[in-house]
Design a protein around this ligand. Structure first.
Ligand code: OGA
Ligand code: ZN
Ligand code: ZN
Length: 430
């Protein structure tokens, strides 16, 4: 079964979760061709473009021209090419891991010759006459920007209105049976920041099975899994019937768990509705409306802390983390665990005032109704989301009721790996 979970907004149509519009993933990490590929280069039926003769071992194919005139190598530094060499001397044929470290490579490496044959480019290096064979595709890949699927430009940022037709979901039995459904869900986790499964059996512990399909469970001070229900002496406000404002979990951990799962075993009769907010969208809106406030949140380390009878955790990081290009990459936002700002001796009260104004501006953005996707988890529903991007919330409910969720954490790199393996298998089967 595939379908949509009604949101608390007017809806016009039903949108099945599908592969439509999926961004195709980045290619597998590039590599020079392997030793076997080199044999093909010498194959007599290829027409070689002869370049300047290389020094070093005899060159069976004749003279070689200077590599500077080989357009296929334009813009690629000799040391980069030498680092990418995939020959049996440079890379272990079985694992594909590099055998040579940077200190094993000549510091004065140069390209003394290159020749092309169809899709293959053979490069001869100075000063040692080392030879590498690259595919044109690999050379093209080296000119692309670095791949980081965590930053805002690799995401589809959303607001509640983008889900006016309902929340996409997949059924757990189909997810288990069909690799393509798993692939679509994991792709949604990386692109949209979440996916929703229904028909997940209401047996305690099943959330761990869900997490296992999206990487590896991350054990925390709350255990491998945790129960979200009303407790007599709650160490966390999540374990009460109180409303919980949009937040990310465990901001007091470094590294923070990057994926969170919440599986509903029993819902409240009234209340306990869920909310999701795209924190990247909220941060981007803040950046547009008040760039100075955005900068303050991105540059000011703040401390989040948590303590109970068994744990005393703290982490000091900015609320908005940007990558070296200045793109939004991580959000930590949790009013329950944020500590009063410390600026040190150099800090002035004015700076503290400016920080709190920026924090308020972000908090006001995060709670804008048009940003929050609201829905109700029914027993058997399990939501999986990016805890470095998506803020989650719930409305209050009667503490006397039976509401019971089980949660656990996992990590985005494991989810990205599971997705890459699924894509690799599908492509290999074609
Ligand atoms: C949590 C939490 C939300 C809910 O346990 O981290 O935020 O719906 N729970 O109870
Ligand atoms: Zn090599
Ligand atoms: Zn939470």
């Amino acid at each position: 079964m595939t379908g949509t979970l009604p949101t608390h907004r007017p809806r016009s149509a039903v949108t099945p979760a599908s592969a439509a519009g999926l961004r195709s993933g980045p290619p597998l990490a590039g590599a020079g061709m392997n030793a076997g590929d080199q044999v093909r280069v010498g194959s007599p039926n290829k027409r070689w473009r002869l370049l300047r003769r290389a020094p070093g071992p005899a060159n069976a194919e004749g003279a070689m021209k200077t590599a500077a005139h080989e357009p296929v190598l334009d813009g690629l530094a000799p040391i980069l090419l030498r680092h990418g060499c995939g020959c049996a001397e440079c890379r272990d044929a079985g694992s594909g891991q590099r055998l040579a470290s940077i200190t094993d490579l000549p510091g004065d490496v140069s390209v003394t010759g290159a020749r092309t044959a169809g899709n293959a480019v053979e490069v001869v290096f100075g000063p040692d006459g080392h030879r590498a064979v690259f595919s044109r595709a690999w050379l093209d890949d080296q000119r692309r920007p670095p791949e980081d699927d965590r930053a805002e430009d690799a995401k589809r940022l959303w607001a509640a209105g983008d889900y006016a037709a309902g929340l996409p979901w997949q059924s757990w039995p189909r997810y288990l049976d069909d690799a393509r459904v798993r692939e679509d869900c994991l792709a949604a986790l990386l692109r949209d920041g979440f996916f929703l499964l229904r028909d997940v059996p209401c047996q305690p512990g099943t959330v761990l099975s869900v997490a296992g399909t999206a990487g590896y469970v991350r054990e925390t001070n709350y255990g491998r899994l945790f129960d979200v229900r009303v407790e007599a002496t709650p160490a966390n406000l999540a374990f009460t019937g109180l409303p919980v404002a949009p937040h990310t979990d465990n901001p007091y951990r470094d590294p923070v768990p990057t994926v969170q799962l919440l599986h509903c075993l029993a819902s409240a009769v009234d209340g306990g509705d869920s909310g999701l907010v795209d924190g990247f969208r909220a941060a981007a809106l803040l950046r547009g409306a008040d760039p100075a406030a955005f900068e303050i949140l991105a540059r000011t380390p703040v401390t989040f802390a948590y303590a109970d009878a068994h744990a005393e955790l703290r982490a000091t990081r900015p609320m908005i983390t940007t990558d070296p290009r200045g793109k939004i990459r991580e959000i930590r936002f949790n009013s329950r665990s944020l500590q009063p700002l410390r600026l040190g001796r150099e800090g002035s009260p004015d700076e503290a005032v400016a920080f709190y104004a920026a924090y308020r501006a972000f908090a006001e953005t995060v709670i804008r109704p048009e940003l929050m996707l609201t829905f109700r988890l029914a027993p058997g529903d399990c939501v999986v989301f990016d805890n470095t991007r998506i803020l989650h919330a719930r409305t209050g409910f009667a503490a006397a009721g039976q509401r019971h969720l089980q949660g656990c954490y996992a990590d985005l790199d494991g989810a990205a790996s599971a997705l890459a393996v699924l894509r690799r298998a599908r492509k290999a089967a074609r």
